[in-house]
Design a protein around this ligand. Structure first.
Ligand SMILES: *Cc1c(COP(=O)(O)O)cnc(C)c1O
Length: 229
């Protein structure tokens, strides 16, 4: 069945089911507890009616990259599915911190002190505390967000001690042209030495490897929704 904007809802549902199966299989293969890996369905650039079939199948955690897009897309969906959990996974400008705190349940892209400061201020003001992950630029790519591996311990400490923020997880996006596993292993090491429990790593192409290396959250977009325009 096609939705209003031409999405093949049946295809989205089928792809969603096979991603869920692959996650369960990888979790078993890694001898990890069932349900220890949360699927964050990345719905950026897809309209609400592509997302509805996945909501109807029970998916509740979604990732978005752009504050403005999420702000127009999600409020109507949330009226119908109030238990949706929205993850901010894109670069966050400090001047969008207020909107992000109001809208998101998890902000995965805390990557510099100035942003931590703004988030702390807005959390105080709003009395609403999204869960926070620090993004690590494991490949040290200049065009990518995230603290360098060398700076990440300091940033985590600053978040905790100076701004009294709880850092629940780490997130990374490995370089596209490299094998991802060393990057996942590095993220895991940084988390361990900082006493951090959650690891958001793995996307459509590599979520199984990420699960093998301890991912607690995998962010999967195109394998569910299809190719983005
Ligand atoms: C778009 C995006 C994803 C999803 O990527 P797919 O390859 O479509 O699964 C995951 N994480 C981040 C940070 C993204 O920007």
């Amino acid at each position: 069945m096609r939705t209003q904007t031409g999405f093949d809802a049946g295809a989205v549902s089928a792809r969603y089911a096979s991603v869920r199966e692959a996650i369960d299989r990888a979790t078993r293969d890694a001898e990890r507890a069932p349900n220890s890996v949360q699927l964050v369905a990345v719905s950026k650039l897809f309209p609400g009616d592509a997302i509805v079939p996945v909501l109807e199948l029970g998916q509740r955690a979604f990732g978005e990259n752009y504050v403005q897009e999420a702000k127009t897309k999600w409020p109507p969906l949330r009226e119908q599915w109030p238990d949706v959990e929205l993850h901010m996974i894109g670069p966050l400008q400090s001047n969008k911190a207020r909107d992000a705190v109001a809208l998101f349940d998890v902000i995965e892209t805390v990557d510099r002190e100035s942003l931590a400061r703004e988030l702390a201020k807005e959390i105080q003001r709003a009395g609403r505390s999204p869960r926070l992950f620090v993004q690590v630029n494991t490949g040290e790519e200049p065009q990518k967000g995230g603290a360098t591996p060398a700076d990440s311990d300091d940033l985590i400490k600053i978040c905790r001690q100076k701004y009294h923020l709880t850092i629940e997880g780490l997130m990374c996006v490995p370089p596209a042209e490299q094998p991802p596993s060393p990057h996942f292993a590095l993220l895991c090491k940084i988390a361990e030495r900082n006493g951090i429990r959650c690891l958001s790593m793995g996307m459509s192409a590599d979520f199984e490897q990420a699960i093998m290396l301890g991912a607690t959250h995998v962010r999967v977009g195109s394998a569910i929704f299809g190719l983005r325009n």
